[in-house]
Design a protein around this ligand. Structure first.
Ligand SMILES: Nc1ncnc2c1ncn2[C@@H]1O[C@H](COP(=O)(O)OP(=O)(O)OP(=O)(O)O)[C@@H](O)[C@H]1O
Length: 232
């Protein structure tokens, strides 16, 4: 599978505070990668850098063999950690916005997923609960036929029963050669879908492994390995 994200010696500071330290990573298509780390470890910062939202970093990054820019914005479907809808918008306004913004957006797929998730077509987004908003936003993001999906905490406010459905949506809506990079704290719920995992600690990558290999080497679940690695 082709390399879709390549990062060399990435460093990022906020003021004097170093939040990403010498990050080196190569991520290939055709897999789901879990980006795991405690609060404040740098997951969202890394995700924002990859999405071109933070530009003041040191190091080299190529996305699909090109620097971050117009091409990377076109091929990355991004779920931010906070919903970004305007208050006045209805679900159908948001669908129209995605139709206008993204050539690769599949409206019929989004409508089918909304029906499956019981989200109305013309409801004001501000009238949706937090979890429903998150589901709706994930539906929009996964209804694009992107090369890379970057999902920042996709399960945050979602109830345990709906989590299975969300995992199913993620698993069944990316092309075979696409890359899904996903940050989460709910490791036990989601680890079964990871092909690879990355542990990030104080801005440094301390582990990047195939999940199956890691489980069999350590005879433990990713959740238990994570707890051991990060225990206080
Ligand atoms: N805008 C900002 N200005 C200054 N410092 C920031 C800013 N955003 C994040 N930080 C700091 O950068 C570090 C990494 O934060 P980041 O949000 O990337 O962590 P995270 O791993 O995503 O955390 P969480 O799991 O809590 O979402 C933290 O110490 C945080 O306080």
């Amino acid at each position: 599978m082709s390399t879709l994200i390549e990062i060399h010696n990435l460093n990022k500071k906020y003021g004097k505070k170093q939040v990403l330290k010498d990050v080196n990573l190569t991520l290939n298509g055709g897999q789901i990668v879990g980006l795991l780390g405690p609060n404040g470890s740098g997951k969202t910062t890394l995700i924002k850098v990859l999405n071109g939202l933070l530009k003041d970093f040191q190091g080299q990054i190529s996305i699909d063999q090109q620097p971050i820019g117009i091409h990377s914005k076109k091929i990355i479907s991004y779920l931010p950690d906070e919903p970004y809808f305007e208050n006045w918008m209805t679900t159908s306004d948001a669908l129209n916005l995605f139709v206008d913004m993204y050539d690769d957006f599949d409206l019929n797929k989004a409508l089918a997923l909304m029906e499956r998730m019981d989200i109305e077509k013309k409801i004001k987004i501000k009238e949706l609960s937090k979890g429903m908003k998150e589901k709706f936003q994930l539906i929009l993001v996964m209804s694009r036929k992107a090369k890379i999906y970057i999902l920042d905490e996709p399960l945050g406010g979602i109830d345990p029963v709906a989590r299975e459905l969300i995992l199913d949506i993620i698993l069944n809506n990316y092309a075979d050669d696409a890359l899904v990079l996903l940050s989460t704290h709910l490791i036990a719920d989601i680890e079964k879908i990871f092909d690879e995992v990355i542990f990030i600690k104080n801005g440094e990558i301390v582990l990047h492994e195939n999940s199956e290999d890691l489980r069999s080497q350590r005879h433990a679940s990713i959740n238990d390995i994570f707890k051991e690695e990060f225990k206080c």
